[in-house]
Write a protein that binds this ligand. Structure first.
Ligand code: FRU
Length: 400
């Protein structure tokens, strides 16, 4: 177990689960809304605390009610909050996140009007007490001084730096970090179209640092200090439900495995696995509990818009009605709300492709395919129970 100090953002994330990424002028209804603690460093520390480390955060909050929520959330995640700098003016940083229910991708809108973490605040921390310092590559003007103190007072403790976005003068920090975690956004902004190209350009300037560049589905490239560049392919997992915080999880796992004395390549392999595991579940809670691999209930090739497919989900025992509607798969529990009988009990479930309805075979209740609402028949205005499904890139359909 190591004592780790993270310096960077803690954010209150409000997540809306949306049926697809919204476009201009569209009005959408979210199927879920929840608030959780986010921010790159705070997420990384939460994963590190689940991996058994003693973590503390050096971050900023406002003096508002969101600050209270944020601080109690951090404490619940076993992150020490003694080094938080609180400002009277400005709001606690918040993000508003659309989580696409079809593929687990997220779009983040971040709002911040709070002053940046000050050098003086950081300078009061007894950093020698920590075994590892992890910095988020933002607030560069003040980070320069913080890095100088770290290099002056630390004897053997590594310093890691996340370089997610290009920021003015961030390059000045690089030679002082032992581990640098570049993202593909940074690499692309610097004119590289893969991680190898970025690391090649960095290698000669930073011969004594461990370098990593992550590239989503293309995997990650790494270059150990004084070593050679290697590639680790991405782990493929299915169904992906939530990618929010996957990069932060990756960073935590790299740090964890390096602390455990693993070579960089092994740390990156293990980190890719944990980041992939994270994508199989919502949020970051219980990250180390493996997700049971679910099996597909059908394949897209079996579906059309003019007939339903009834399948049984082996793990839940549920009978499920599947149909394609405007290029998305709709799934409903095979149960008519009229008399709680399967919709296909008497005969098959007829589909009217013009009216976009399907009919219960027992007492002729007509349901809209779009949302399962009964628009004609004995259970008028009642609704079929919608089930959440996900289709992967092979067309396999999973019940969530
Ligand atoms: C995910 C995340 C969110 C936060 C945003 C900040 O990596 O840390 O939790 O809202 O990024 O940029």
């Amino acid at each position: 177990m190591a004592k780790i100090l993270g310096i960077g953002n803690a954010v209150l994330d409000t997540v809306l689960k949306v049926p697809h990424a919204p476009h201009d002028d569209e009005e959408l209804r979210a199927s879920e809304r929840y608030t959780q603690i986010g921010g790159n460093v705070s997420n990384t520390l939460y994963v590190l605390s689940q991996l058994g480390h003693d973590t503390a955060i050096c971050t900023t909050t406002g003096g508002d009610s969101e600050a209270k929520q944020l601080i109690s959330g951090l404490k619940e995640r076993n992150i020490n909050v003694d080094h938080i700098q609180r400002f009277i003016k400005g709001r606690t940083p918040c993000s508003y996140i659309n989580l696409n229910a079809q593929n687990g991708n997220r779009a983040i809108v971040h709002y911040r009007d709070l002053p940046e973490l000050s050098f003086d605040h950081f300078a009061k921390i007894e950093i020698e007490e920590y075994d590892w310092l992890h910095f988020e590559g933002r607030n560069i003007a003040n980070l320069k001084g913080m890095f100088n103190i770290a290099k002056t007072f630390l004897t053997h403790q590594p310093v890691s730096l996340e370089v997610e976005k290009p920021r003015e003068e961030i390059e000045e920090l690089l030679p002082q970090a032992n581990l640098i975690l570049f993202s593909h956004h940074y690499a692309t902004a610097k004119g590289h179209d893969n991680g190898e190209s970025l690391l090649k350009a960095m290698q000669s300037k930073l011969p004594n640092s461990h370098l990593i560049c992550t590239w989503g589905a293309k995997g990650a490239w790494l270059c150990p200090a004084q070593g050679t560049i290697q590639h680790v392919p991405a782990e493929t997992v299915s169904p992906i439900v939530d990618t929010l915080g996957a990069g932060d999880t990756f960073n935590a796992a790299v740090i964890h495995h390096l602390i455990a004395g693993k070579p960089l390549v092994e740390a990156v392999q293990a980190a890719s696995q944990l980041a992939a595991q994270k994508c199989l579940k919502h949020g970051l809670d219980n990250l180390l509990t493996p997700v049971e691999p679910s099996s597909a209930i059908a394949n897209l090739s079996q579906l059309g818009t003019t007939k339903t497919l009834v399948v049984e989900d082996k793990s839940s025992g549920k009978s499920v009605v599947l149909i394609k509607y405007e290029n998305v798969v709709k799934a409903y529990l095979n149960n008519c709300p009229h008399q709680n009988v399967p919709l296909n009990e008497a005969y098959k479930i007829d589909v009217n492709p013009f009216e976009k309805t399907m009919k219960c075979s027992v007492h002729d209740a007509f349901f809209r395919i779009e949302d399962g609402l009964c628009i004609e028949g004995p259970c008028w205005d009642e609704q079929l129970e919608a089930l959440e499904v996900r289709t992967d890139d092979k067309g396999d359909i999973f019940l969530l």
